[in-house]
Each structure stands twice: as C-alpha cells, then as structure tokens.
Design a protein. Sequence first.
Length: 398
Amino acid sequence: MSKECRKGFVFGIIFGVAFTSALIVICRYFGIQLFIRGSATQQIYDKSKVIEKCIEEYYQGEYSDEELSDGAAKGMVDALGDRYSQYFTATEYKELMNGINGSYVGIGVTLIQTDDKTIQVEDIMEGGPAAKAGIQKKDRILRIDGTDVAASALSDVVAMVKKEANDGKTIVVTVERQTEDGEKKELDLNVVCGRVDVVSVTSKKYGNIGYIKVSEFDKETDEQFGTVIENMKKDEVDGLVIDVRDNGGGSLDTVLAMLDEMLPEGELITEKNKKYGDETFRSTNERSFDRPVAVLINGNSASASEVFAGTMQARGAAKLVGTQSFGKGVVQTVLSLEDYCGGGLKLTTAEYFLPGGVSIHKKGLTPDVEVEYEGGGGEYDESKDNQLQRALEIAGGR
C-alpha cells in the first residue's frame, strides 16, 4: 500500500468513528435507540421520539398529545397510498358506526361532490331537519356556520354536520340556489340538527312497473329492500326498475342478502382476501324475482352498487341502463381499536370478482343500454329523467 493510500485509509477510519460517535450522542440525547435495520414499529418509534422532542423544544403553538398521536396514526394509514383506507379517531369512529347502524345525528340530506368539486344536495329525507329548514335538492352548500366549505372534501363537510355533539344544535347552512329564470341566489337557512333514522330504500309504481330507489347499502337496507320486494310481488308488477345511481356503496353483507332476495341458487361473487383466502358467495333457492328487471347506474354508482348491478347483469337477471359505473372492485373492512388504542381503522382487505371471474376495479360496469342523462340541473323532474323513462320501458318489455 502506498503512503498516500495509507493516509486515506487512516483518515477514513477516523472520520467513520467520529461520525458514528456523533450519531450515537444525538440518538441518546433524543432518547432513542439506533437501529440500522428494523421493523416498521421500531422505525416509527425512533422517528416519533425525535419529532416529539423537536416539537417540545421548538414549536410555537398549542397542541395536545392526543392530536399528535391521532395525526401520526392517520399519517401511517395515508402512507399506504390507498384512497379507501382510513384511520378514525374515537369520535369519528363513533359517528361512523352510528350511521352504519341505521341512525345518526345530522340534518337528513344526501350530499355529493360534483365534477367542479362543489358540495351539492342530492336528496333530502322527508320530514327531516333539512326539509323543515327549507333546503332543496340541487342546492349548493357554500358555508356552514360561516365556514367556507367550497373547496372542502365531501367527507369533511359531512363530518361538520353529522356528529352526536350537534344533537339539538342550530347550525346556519348557506346555500346557493338557482331559480327558474337561471339566476343564482344565496340563502342562510337555520337547521336544527337531530337524530335521523336512515331510510335507504324508497319505492313507488309507474302503472304496473315497480320502482325502487336504493340510496346506500347500510345495516337496515336489506330488510327494507326485502319488504318492498314482497310488496311488489303481492302487487303482481309486470317488471321492476332498481335505481342505484349516485349510490356510493356500503356493506357487502347487505348487498349479498339483497341479491339472495332477487336470484335463485347460484354464484354471486368471489372474494380474494389476504387473510382468509378466496371465498365464493352463493345465493340460495329460498326466494327470487322472476320478472323483467332494469338497474339504473351512473358514474357515481360504486362498490356495493356495482356488486349488485354487476351480479344481476352477469346472471342474466337484469339489463343495466345509464352510463359507465365508477369502478371500485375492492372491499374495505372496518376494524375496531376501542380495546387497544381507541378509534377504528378502515382497510382495503379484499378484491371481489363477479360471476365468471370478472373484475370491474378501475374499469366499471358497461350498461347494456347506454343513456346519457338529459334532465338538466335545478329541481329534479322525473318526467325529464330520460334514463328512468328508458329503464321503465325495458322493465315493461319494450
């Protein structure tokens, strides 16, 4: 080895020792252990201790330990890059479960986020707080108690009004409404929040054709749906239209029970699950509906809506009418963390496949009869709903 090489070698050793010693001192100062490699748990612990120490010493502002821990948990789930997975704080988890279990404190509306990110009232529960306050379908939500929500995520706006703490509380909802002459006006409406019992299935008849609107797939939906189907059978309708437009989904167990109500024995879906492996769900021969069925779908029909519509189509039990559906072919499981750290966790745990092994994830369902909605904006008018009119024709055998 040359003299120059020996000098470089010695310098490298000295530098390496000095760097390692400094790193150990820093880690000890922050109260962490140094691991070059380790589990995600160890790495999270190490990083969080450093960050916590920095916040304690340098951050100029108010915060709580609970806020930090909840934020860290949310960040960990967000790091998955999965739009459907989410961490819920204890309060958020309680609100979520109240909604799933068939009742919640809120104002009794269904909200959607339009293509331009505007929060819009899609449906109003009859006799509910919003209806009593004068909120109308197609109203655009601008502010809630003075807070601008124009650029907010739909979930954030829902969380502002749908919570137990709002029971009996009056909130001011500022809406933008388009008048018949095309002008837009702002209205401040006082809404008294209260407990709302979820009615996710409504029905009516057009002549001798039955119509069922399913707004979401919650815990109570299959029972409500079963009652309506039995009434339709007693009325001896000639056909049936089932409307799942703008239905973002819900419980997989619920939609499977509803499909069992409609279909004779046979395959429904196959679920590919990381923890439990593959499982194929089948309908029984206990009940079925043997008259023509048309299912209405659009770009906001997602998840459980697509399970229902896609399985009905694949089994040859219905014609799909409308436009391409959303394309969400993965399943989420809600896990309670109440016995451990509080709150809850929603994780993507499985992918489902329609009969024949067809996946609709990121592709959606293609309608048998494609019909673009031409009803326009403003107050909904069923006589101008060309998708509904075409579906009624198909259900009537035309």
